[in-house]
Write a protein that binds this ligand. Structure first.
Ligand SMILES: *Cc1c(COP(=O)(O)O)cnc(C)c1O
Length: 395
């Protein structure tokens, strides 16, 4: 069961897709004067950039592409390191590795995002970049992270895959670093099944990333620019069908977030009488998108008992997002002679073993958020879930 946008796929998406299908023009490029060219991808890029308050956006094939492309663009020398949290989706690590960098994991804090102090402690002469991950719709402590990056002359590439629509001190995530990468996968805020977006305000970086995403071409091409290219690229393009769905979803994003924020608010109020837990800290209360409600229990025993009663798991057992559960990542670190294992990040381990993710809009067992609400939950259902949670807390 997926993210909130997928629950709201309806007439608007159908209309946009039919527009493309009836024209028969599925490729993202075309002649703007051709009435059969519906330029959904261009429109998506324009509206997404505008929504984020930044000049440039590139539609891509996935969130993974949207992280890989900027990493390719900044270029790696052997041994260059990128600092990334120990709690994130595997793609944060794999893109760093595929782009030729070495990931250096850092601890999270009770916001379940990067602890800036720990980031600074892990900087070496090899560090090139920081990849803050806005986990579970919660923006990172960007002021601190940007300050550290500036002091040490590091690039910041924001992983916004779980945080479309989130903002920090009035700025959309992805606009504070050099680039921000978003995912349109089915488990995210808005979706086209798969797909991604990259944003930046740096023109040179935009053109470089655009070229990497499309065989070395410049934006807005109408033909093949033979003889004019000096950057090697690959194909990470989006097509018009993806663009059409994503466009309809983007136009629902504020509605989605306001629906989730109301439901979360109500749920939090209802369970606030419970004992033995606190809510995860939010680095920007209004800017968080409320896809998940994370509670942190004082005792591990109570966390385990509550999960058992509700049929869910503490976050450390949620599988996909915890470094210690990624056998391929552990294998990689062993191969490069920097082995890590459960216990290597004791602060992260401790927080995650006490934490439970309750779904509000993203219903995803792989995130530990298989239990809770969804975007269609009624007031009555919210009350029932809150009651079940409080009962589980009492034991
Ligand atoms: C989903 C996700 C990605 C990758 O996005 P895809 O569209 O699945 O490639 C990267 N980072 C994080 C934090 C994610 O949640």
């Amino acid at each position: 069961m997926p993210g909130p946008g997928s629950y709201l796929v309806g007439e608007e998406e159908i209309k946009e897709v039919m527009d493309v299908m009836e024209s028969g023009h599925l490729f993202r490029y075309g002649d703007m004067d051709d009435p059969d060219f519906k330029h959904k991808v261009y429109t998506l890029e324009e509206e997404f950039a505008e929504y984020c308050g930044t000049p440039y956006a590139i539609a891509t094939s996935s969130g993974s592409s949207s992280l890989l492309i900027p990493l390719f663009a900044i270029g790696s020398n052997p041994g260059d390191e990128v600092i990334v949290p120990a709690y994130t989706f595997v793609a944060s690590y794999s893109t760093i590795i595929f782009a030729g960098f070495t990931p250096v994991l850092a601890e999270i804090d009770e916001s379940l995002t990067l602890d800036p102090k720990d980031v600074e402690d892990r900087i070496t002469s090899k560090t090139r970049a920081i990849m803050p991950v806005h986990m579970l719709g919660n923006p990172c402590k960007m002021n601190e992270i940007l300050e550290i990056a500036e002091k040490h002359n590091l690039v910041v590439i924001e992983d916004c895959c779980q945080a479309a629509g989130a903002s920090y001190r009035g700025k959309k995530v992805g606009t504070m670093g050099l680039t921000g990468g978003y995912s349109l996968n089915v488990f995210k805020t808005i979706t086209a099944g798969d797909g991604g977006m990259i944003i930046t305000s740096d023109k040179e970086m935009y053109e470089h990333m655009f070229a990497i995403h499309d065989q070395g071409h410049t934006p807005a091409r109408t033909g093949v620019q033979v003889g004019e290219r000096n950057i090697l690229g690959l194909n990470f393009r989006a097509n018009e069908v993806t663009g059409a769905v994503a466009l309809a979803q983007l136009r629902k994003i504020d509605l989605i977030i306001s629906m989730l924020q109301k439901k979360k608010q109500k749920f939090k109020e209802l369970i606030s009488t419970g004992e033995g837990f606190r809510f995860r800290s939010l680095n920007d209360e209004a800017g968080a998108i409320a896809t998940v409600c994370t509670v942190i229990f004082e005792s591990k025993e109570q966390a385990d008992a509550v999960c058992k009663a509700l049929g869910t798991d503490t976050v450390d057992h949620s599988g996909w997002h915890v470094y210690a559960n990624m056998e391929h990542v552990l294998h990689y670190f062993k191969e490069i002679g920097r082995p890590i294992k459960q216990g290597s990040f004791p602060v992260t381990d401790d927080i995650l073993s006490h934490s439970v993710n309750i779904s509000i809009g993203v219903v995803d067992g792989g995130l530990g958020a298989g239990w809770g609400l969804n975007i269609h939950s009624t007031d009555e259902e919210i009350e029932q879930k809150a009651e079940a949670f409080l009962k589980a807390c009492k034991g």
